[in-house]
Design a protein. Structure first.
Ligand code: NAD
Length: 493
């Protein structure tokens, strides 16, 4: 079994605890690697290394263009190692190789994108109304960044958090999910080849309440960027408040995929099925509530059933597989529990609803693609994030009701709208309280387009040009140009 040590200050080091955690291949149900169980001592070493790197190390004195050049090298080493990194991600989280290898191409491009931004971060000179004062702003790196990531797309999260942070001149300490840390460590191992100075990118693995909490609480961390559940996000937000850290939180969702009667129903059915059964539903953006116009509800549900019955479960490395296993045992149990809860609440299961078994599925935790009807928006199954292949079907009468139901949850991450009417698409986009609206498409991501949630889905935006602002502070400088100015006389000037 591969044994992964911590990556601190450019070195591989053993954890202070001397303890190791198994990392399990969810398809085979067997441990395949061991990761270090980091603790607060390891976190302190990593934060100190990051702090040195960005204040007195070569990263601090490097020109922004030189930093950008190194970040382009990082894009290159990712591209060169994409196949291997994608395979490691599949081993760790059970997602399809087809998806992870596609994602790796975007990850490399994302590093190039932020590399290009590194030397375009500028302040402003301000023609202030004051006489004899020259005023300007500078944009300074915010400080050491703690990046805490979820297991479902580890290197994507590293890219959308760390590339803008590095472009801003920060150094980072990453705490990947204990369920999928290997690809982040493999990535760290490539950074010397890219020319990244030691200490700029550190990885402390371990358990959330140990290594994760220690990182969040550390006095020398200035900014926390987190992707994960809203429960952990709330805890982190509370803890960050005590030390006034800046936070970005990318949390969960209960997203509506809304199908109108004027939609291209074949395209919509494909989008709905992929939007909930893709990645076995283990995506923050899962379209877990299908809102469908009452006039087409029965026919459209039949169409979905036809498509969903054809979904192939199996080995995530097999290009013919559509849906892989659920990544972790607790998550597997949670999905099955939610199906039971839904039935108790009065929902009717018209597809799936059980663990899936059979040839090729024996080692892993598979759940049948599940469709529930007779769901009302007040039920727990319509309100709470399942993070599994479970779709709830809810009817609506008109746009107003679709908006009311769509917005009628605590979350606000994404929404899908399927319609041929441009006017309706624009009205719905405006009315839905979410961070992203996808019209006649679903799960379409670009590192160039901002992504993030409102309400319980989080705070801040990742991706796009504006993400770099999450890692910068503005400093104002005001200089007197009047050499004969009287000294300050106790009155605000
Ligand atoms: P999680 O909250 O259990 O864990 C996320 C990270 O936080 C892990 O690294 C974990 O070790 C760490 N952590 C756990 N407890 C901690 C604590 N007390 N202090 C500090 N760190 C702690 O989430 P998960 O199960 O890994 O991921 C699934 C969740 O992530 C879902 O809710 C999903 O919707 C969400 N998610 C959101 C996005 C997005 O972009 N909005 C993307 C993917 C996943």
């Amino acid at each position: 079994m591969t044994k992964y040590r911590l990556h601190i200050d450019g070195d591989w080091v053993d954890p202070d605890s001397g303890e190791w955690l198994d990392t399990v291949d969810p398809y085979r149900g067997e441990p395949w690697a061991r990761i270090a169980r980091g603790n607060s001592e390891d976190v302190s070493r990593a934060v100190a290394a990051a702090d040195r790197a960005m204040t007195v190390g070569p990263w601090a004195s490097m020109s922004p263009s030189e930093r950008g050049r190194i970040m382009r090298n990082i894009g290159d080493v990712i591209a060169k190692n994409a196949q291997r990194l994608a395979e490691i991600e599949v081993r760790d989280n059970g997602k399809l190789f087809a998806e992870m290898s596609g994602q790796l191409a975007s990850i490399s491009a994302c590093w190039y994108y932020y590399a290009g931004l590194a030397d375009k971060i500028q302040g402003a000179s301000i023609p202030a109304e004051k006489q004899n004062v020259f005023a300007f702003t500078t944009r300074e790196p915010i400080g050491v960044v703690a990046a805490l990531t979820a297991w479902n797309s580890p290197l994507w999260f590293v890219a959308v958090k760390c590339a803008p942070a590095l472009a801003a001149g920060c150094a980072v300490v990453v705490k990947p999910s204990e369920f999928a840390s290997a690809s982040t460590l493999e990535f760290a191992g490539l950074l010397k080849e890219a020319g990244l100075p030691d200490g700029v990118f550190n990885v402390v693995t371990g358990l959330g309440p140990e290594a994760g909490a220690a990182l969040v609480d550390h006095a020398d961390v200035a900014k926390i960027t987190f992707t994960g559940s809203d429960t952990t996000g709330t805890r982190i937000y509370e803890s960050a408040a005590r030390t006034m850290k800046r936070v970005s939180l990318e949390l969960g969702g209960k997203s509506p995929n809304i199908v109108f009667d004027d939609a291209d129903l074949d395209a919509a059915a494909g989008g709905v099925v992929a939007g909930i059964f893709g990645a076995a539903g283990q995506m923050c953006s899962a379209g877990s509530r299908l809102l469908v116009h009452n006039s087409i509800k029965d026919g459209f549900t039949e169409k979905l059933l036809g498509l969903a019955r054809g979904v192939r479960l199996g080995d995530p490395m097999d290009p013919h597989t559509n849906v892989g296993p659920i990544a972790t045992p607790p998550q597997y149990q949670k999905v099955l529990d939610y199906i039971d809860i839904a039935k108790t609440e009065g929902a009717r299961c018209v597809l799936g609803g059980r663990p899936a078994g059979g040839p090729g599925l024996t080692g892993g935790q598979f759940v049948e693609p599940t469709i529930l009807v007779d769901v009302t928006n007040g039920m727990r199954i319509a309100q709470e994030e399942v993070f599994g292949p479970v779709l709830s079907v809810i009817g609506f009468e008109d746009e107003e009701e679709a908006v009311r139901i769509g917005n009628g949850v605590a979350y606000g991450l994404v929404a899908g709208v399927w319609t041929q009417s441009i006017g309706r698409a624009l009205r719905m986009s405006k009315a839905l309280r979410v961070g992203t609206v996808w019209v006649n498409t679903y799960r379409t991501y670009s590192y160039m387009v901002p992504f993030g949630g409102v309400k319980r889905s989080g705070i801040g935006r990742e991706q796009g040009v504006e993400a770099v602002n999450e890692y910068l502070e503005t400093k104002s400088v005001m200089i007197s140009t009047d050499e004969d100015a009287p000294p300050n006389n106790f009155v605000m000037r």
